[in-house]
Design a protein around this ligand. Structure first.
Ligand SMILES: [Zn+2]
Length: 407
């Protein structure tokens, strides 16, 4: 049975897109929405209050990085990920599988799980469906993800089928581990009490042994093979009553045409009563294309990573802050953007900070991209509410693509 602490309602629909509300123990997210990624429990260079001021409703953290450093048990002893990071709103952790499969030296994938060598110190670790649930239970995000087997784009249909079927078996083990910890509580560990006068913490679970309510999301896999995606979605729906379902294995090198076709197939195969989370997709045009195909939640490191590289999102496509034309430009990056970089500084100063590799500049550029994506999502929700989403998204895409440097 789906967890009673989670709920999803929709009100307005335009084509496949919908306006909705995803309720979690740490608050309700109005969807569709983009989740900034806090890899190490921080959206790189940006404080959580700045992330909130940018309009973010929900953030994502990476279980792999936090498991290795400072350790999920340490974070739990410090009050859990919400208290540790001072993020009070809804939060999601990925399983860490994506990072492990991305390591150049991850060892053989076995039915039991994956062995890998830490990128920090070379020590060997095992990821199993049970251990990723235990790790994510210790971290304490609202939404946690199953362990799944990932393949690079272009994998053969046989390899894709084997990985998809293994992901379903791993989902069963994740669900069993999730239910067991929910029923029996977590292994006891000592809480590290805060001394008088310590900084105020975000919400935290007072009874440390009790696992906070968490929703486990399964992940639809199957590459760009329609029959495998359908089988994956059907297998997931047979295996539980979920609070939400993720779509994985996209934005890994496939064509946009294949990505869109896969999203349309998933839209048809998944119940419209559940939120759909498209993993690792976060370029502005991909968000709009995803919403048009019924996606409710997105995450991606692209806005921060590109921002720190000097690539900025604008309504007229991506642009480079280092362009010579910005040397003497007194205007903002985007005229109506509410981010600190756009409201306080001009392109000339931001370009100077970027060229000088000043931390402030890199931070401001990343924060601009995050703010801009969240604004796109707000605009999309307003259009959904007004019943004009389809026309809005047509016009938005046409303008973005008319000038984008690689559209
Ligand atoms: Zn801005």
């Amino acid at each position: 049975m789906a967890d009673v602490d989670f709920d999803f309602r929709t009100s307005h629909e335009n084509g496949a897109a919908r306006l909705g509300w995803f309720r979690t123990p740490h608050g309700t997210v109005e969807t569709p929405e983009f989740m900034p990624v806090g890899t190490h429990g921080i959206v790189r260079g940006i404080a959580m209050d700045e992330v909130a001021a940018a309009g973010a409703q929900m953030v994502l953290s990476n279980a792999y990085h936090l498991y290795l450093r400072p350790g999920d048990r340490t974070i739990r002893a410090l009050g859990g990920l919400h208290a540790f990071t001072r993020w009070t709103g809804p939060m999601l952790t990925d399983s860490g599988g994506f990072q492990v499969f991305s390591l150049p030296n991850h060892n053989a994938v076995r039915e039991e799980g994956i062995s890998f060598k830490s990128h920090l110190d070379g020590t060997m670790h095992d990821y199993t469906p049970e251990s990723v649930i235990r790790i994510q239970r210790n971290l304490g995000a609202d939404v946690i993800m199953q362990l799944d087997e990932l393949l690079p784009a272009g994998a053969s249909i046989d390899a894709s089928r084997a990985a998809m079927e293994r992901s379903l078996r791993w989902l069963e083990r994740c669900r069993a581990a999730h239910e067991r910890i929910t029923r029996e509580g977590r292994d006891p560990i000592a809480d590290l009490a805060a001394p008088p006068g310590a900084p105020a913490l975000a919400t935290q679970d007072p009874a440390n042994a009790n696992a906070p309510a968490q929703a486990l999301f399964p992940i639809v896999q199957g590459g760009t093979h329609p029959e495998l995606r359908r089988a994956s979605a059907a297998g997931i729906l047979e295996r539980g009553d979920w609070s939400g379902i993720a779509i994985g294995g996209l934005s890994v090198g496939e064509t946009k045409t294949d990505m869109h076709a896969t999203l349309e197939l998933c839209d048809a195969a998944l119940p419209r009563t559940l939120p759909r989370y498209l993993m690792g997709v976060g370029f502005p045009d991909d968000l709009v294309e995803g919403m048009r195909r019924g996606v409710d939640l997105f995450d991606c490191v692209a806005p921060t990573r590109l921002g720190r590289d000097g690539t900025l999102f604008t309504p007229d496509g991506k642009t480079q802050i280092k362009n010579t034309s910005n040397r003497t430009d007194r205007g903002p990056i985007v005229a109506d953007c509410t981010c600190p970089g756009c409201t306080k500084y001009d392109r000339a100063y931001l370009r100077h900070l970027f060229v000088a590799r000043e931390d402030l500049g890199l931070r401001l550029l990343a924060l601009h991209n995050v703010t801009y994506l969240l604004q796109v999502m707000r605009d999309a929700r307003a259009a959904l509410r007004a019943g004009t989403f389809t026309a809005w998204s047509d016009a938005w895409l046409a303008r973005y693509r008319a000038a984008d440097d690689d559209a």
